[in-house]
Write a protein that binds this ligand. Structure first.
Ligand code: APR
Length: 398
C-alpha cells in the first residue's frame, strides 16, 4: 500500500549528479524503473559549475544512451594538450591511433541534458529531498528522506539502492567501518577557479607549472573560459580583484611570447581543496556506490566525471542482471571491477598534481625533478605515449 509519504520503485538512486542521472538513464532504456532523490533544488543542481574534459569513452556512453545531441553540437575536441614549465610551452598530442581524443563539454551541460531527457519522459527526480538514512539493506531497502519545503519524513521502498551522492553524501556511511578501508590524501594547496565570459585563446591552454604556483587555462565553450590558480588551502577570494586575477594568470602562463589571455567579466569564482580519496568497499548488501561517493581525484587529471561514467556502466549492468535475470554474478565482482579503474586513475591524477604544483618548502632539486617529469611526458616517445594513454583513460571492461 503506498501513500504520499511512501513510494516504491526498483532502484532508489541517491543524488542527481552525473552518476545518478546517467545510471537512471541507462536503467530506463533497459526497462528498469528508478526514482532519483536529490537534496538540492533543481536550479542549484543546474547552476553548479564543475568539470569539463571528457574521455572518448564518456562521450561515446552519453551518445549511446541518447544524451549526446547537444554534446555533438557544442563540444570542443582536443588534438593536443599544452604543458608549460620554466617559461616555455610544449604541445603534447592526445589523439591515439584509434582516433580517441579528449573533448571539452561542461559537466553542468551533461547534468542539464540528462535532467531534461528524464523530465521529457515524465520520470521522477525528487528535488530538495535529503536522504537521512537507509534501512533494510540485506532484505527490502527503504530510503528515508525529508523534503525540505515541509520537513515531512518520507520513505522510498526499493529493491536496490544506488549511492550516487558524492563525497559528502549519506550512503557511504551505511557501509560498516569494519567492512571498508578508506584512503585519503589531502594536498597542501587548493584551486581558485574562475568562469569568465572571455573567449578562450588557443595559444594559451592546458597546465602551467610556475614558481608562483600552478595555473590552468581551459575552455567551457567558444565564448566562456574556465581558469584556475593554485592557492593556499585557506585562500580568501576577496583578496584579489578581477584585474589581479587576470594579471596573475598571465604571469603564470608567461612563455616569453608576449601573448596574453583574453579577458572578460568573471561570472563565477570558487575555491576547492585538492585531495585524493578511495573507499575500497563500494557495495554492501543491496547498496552500491558509484562516482564521488566512493572516490575523489584531484582535478589536475580531469578524471572525476570520467571515473563516474565507468562506475555507472558497471553498476547498470550489475543491476540489470540482478533485476531481469536474478543473476548476481557481478555483485561479488563489483568492487574489484570498479577499483581496477579507480586506483590507476587516482594515481594518474595525483602524479599530475605532484608534477605541476609548487609544494611548501620545495627545493630546487625537487623542481628539477618536476621539470624532468614534464619533459618526459612532452618530449620523449615513451613519456608522450604514457601521458596520452593516461589522459585518454582506461578502456571500459563493461
Ligand atoms: N540526499 C540526497 N542527495 C544528496 C545527498 C543526500 N543526503 N548528499 C548528496 N546529495 C547529492 C548532491 O547534492 C549532488 O547533487 O548527490 C549529488 C552528487 O553529485 P556529484 O557530487 O556531482 O557526484 P557524482 O554524480 O558522483 O559526479 C562526480 O561531480 O563533483 C564532481 O568532480 C566530480 O566530476 C565529478 C562528478
Amino acid at each position: 500500500m503506498q501513500n504520499s509519504n511512501s513510494t516504491k520503485t526498483q532502484v532508489g538512486i541517491i543524488g542527481a549528479g552525473p552518476a545518478g542521472l546517467l545510471l537512471a538513464r541507462i536503467l530506463q532504456l533497459n526497462g528498469i524503473e528508478s526514482v532519483i532523490l536529490e537534496r538540492r533544488s533543481r536550479a542549484y543542481v543546474l547552476d553548479r559549475v564543475r568539470a569539463g574534459v571528457l574521455e572518448q569513452g564518456s562521450v561515446d556512453t552519453l551518445i549511446q544512451y541518447g544524451a549526446g545531441e547537444r554534446l555533438l553540437r557544442e563540444s570542443l575536441p582536443h588534438e593536443s594538450f599544452q604543458l608549460r614549465w620554466d617559461g616555455r610551452s610544449h604541445e603534447v598530442p592526445v589523439v591515439d591511433a584509434d582516433g580517441r581524443r579528449l573533448t571539452t563539454y561542461g559537466q553542468a551541460k551533461i547534468v542539464e541534458d540528462l535532467i531534461l531527457l528524464r523530465e521529457a519522459d515524465g520520470l521522477p527526480i525528487v528535488f530538495e529531498a535529503e536522504v537521512k538514512h537507509i534501512e533494510g539493506l540485506h532484505d527490502q531497502p527503504s530510503i528515508i528522506y525529508v523534503q525540505n519545503e515541509n520537513g515531512v519524513k518520507k520513505t522510498l521502498h526499493c529493491d536496490y539502492v544506488a549511492g550516487c551522492d558524492g563525497f559528502l553524501g549519506a550512503s557511504r556511511a551505511h557501509i560498516p567501518d569494519a567492512d571498508k578501508k578508506s584512503f585519503l590524501k589531502e594536498y597542501p594547496f587548493a584551486w581558485f577557479g574562475i568562469l569568465a565570459e572571455a573567449p578562450p585563446k588557443d595559444e594559451i591552454r592546458g597546465f602551467a607549472h610556475s614558481r608562483r604556483g600552478m595555473a590552468v587555462a581551459s575552455a567551457r565553450s567558444s565564448t566562456v573560459s574556465r581558469h584556475y590558480l593554485q592557492v593556499d588551502p585557506d585562500f580568501d577570494m576577496g583578496t584579489m580583484t578581477d584585474e589581479q586575477i587576470w594579471d596573475e594568470l598571465d604571469r603564470r602562463f608567461d612563455d616569453g611570447s608576449g601573448i596574453k589571455m583574453n579577458r572578460g567579466p568573471i561570472i563565477e569564482k570558487s575555491v576547492a581543496r585538492l585531495r585524493g580519496f578511495v573507499c575500497e568497499a563500494v557495495q554492501y548488501g543491496k547498496l552500491f556506490l558509484a562516482g564521488d561517493a566512493c572516490h575523489i581525484v584531484p582535478p589536475s587529471g580531469a578524471k572525476g566525471l570520467n571515473l563516474a561514467v565507468g562506475d555507472v556502466r558497471v553498476l547498470a549492468e550489475t543491476l540489470q542482471r540482478l533485476i531481469k535475470k536474478n543473476d548476481d554474478s557481478l555483485v561479488g565482482r563489483y568492487t574489484e571491477l570498479l577499483l581496477r579503474r579507480i586506483w590507476p586513475t587516482v594515481h594518474w591524477s595525483c602524479s599530475m598534481s605532484e608534477a605541476l604544483h609548487m609544494f611548501p618548502g620545495q627545493t630546487e632539486f625537487e623542481t628539477r625533478m618536476q621539470y624532468n617529469m614534464l619533459n618526459s611526458w612532452a618530449n620523449t616517445a615513451t613519456g608522450q605515449a604514457y601521458f596520452r594513454n593516461a589522459m585518454l583513460g582506461l578502456p571500459f571492461e563493461i
